[in-house]
Design a binder for this molecule. Sequence first.
Ligand SMILES: Nc1ncnc2c1ncn2[C@@H]1O[C@H](COP(=O)(O)OP(=O)(O)OP(=O)(O)O)[C@@H](O)[C@H]1O
Ligand SMILES: [Mg+2]
Length: 296
Amino acid sequence: MTAPTLKIENLKLGFNTYAGMIEVLHGISLHIRKGERVALVGESGSGKSVTARIVLGMLQSLKTARISGTVEFEGADLERMKLRDRHHLRGTQMSMIFQDPTSSLNPVYTVGAQFKEVLERAMPGISSSEARKRASDALTDVAIGEPERVLDSYAFQLSGGMNQRVMIAMALANNPSLLLADEPGTALDVTVQAQTLKLMSDLVEKHHTSVLFISHNLGVVREFADRVYVIYKGNIVEQGATATLFDGPRHPYTQALLAAVPRITGGGIPDIDDSASRFLAPLVAHEGFSEKELLV
Ligand SMILES: Nc1ncnc2c1ncn2[C@@H]1O[C@H](COP(=O)(O)OP(=O)(O)OP(=O)(O)O)[C@@H](O)[C@H]1O
Ligand SMILES: [Mg+2]
């Protein structure tokens, strides 16, 4: 049997602060199989982003952070890996999409220059023309109609939605095994968020990428994830296949979370592509838009 893409066991995290030690994760365990899309849901401050950051190795160097437990990536214990090898995983075999694309892109380099840097991580010595061609193809994959213009632009010259698509294209450019998507698109308006999530969803499906999808929007999670973990104050309180968990939540906290999601009623609109409609449904329910409005 092949090792899961990600396996976290008994992960604990505390921060040393002036007010003493703050315990943030109390021994969480979760795993993601190859090609599986797993959601981590929970309220603000419950420990979702820190979990993703530990997987990426971003908290380990922080002097105030105390981490214990194991994190295995494709069967290899990240803590036992040489630091250089662990750093190399970032941007090649695992990558992350953040909530706010504009702040994740470097304002002083063109998109093309940043793309080249990303590709160089996996392909050192790649020629400028080859990098440009690959970047252009990757932008086309995320439905950017004028990839050449975008490659010569700076982040501030592009819309928020376009920046988010650039981020998705960069995160997937080296065909990573694991994508960590932390509240992707929540900084965008709902229409653009739905479109970018749909693009991301199609791409990870095509490449069999495993995904840790962090969100507090349960409507979107329902459409996107195969399996869900519910985190509450640094503890995983429930996990299960998405449909099972949504149909019969056992933990009171999950029940409370679900009770806050409006039910979707009414049929779809026939002239809309079915999958887009499926993706927009939660937004229709949440924000009170009609599907037609969202798709204009
Ligand atoms: N560097 C740090 N030093 C001290 N405490 C921290 C640090 N980073 C995170 N925390 C604390 O850890 C807890 C979990 O933070 P985290 O960012 O993972 O929350 P989250 O679940 O992602 O919330 P949100 O939905 O708001 O993004 C919070 O209480 C936060 O204040
Ligand atoms: Mg967060």
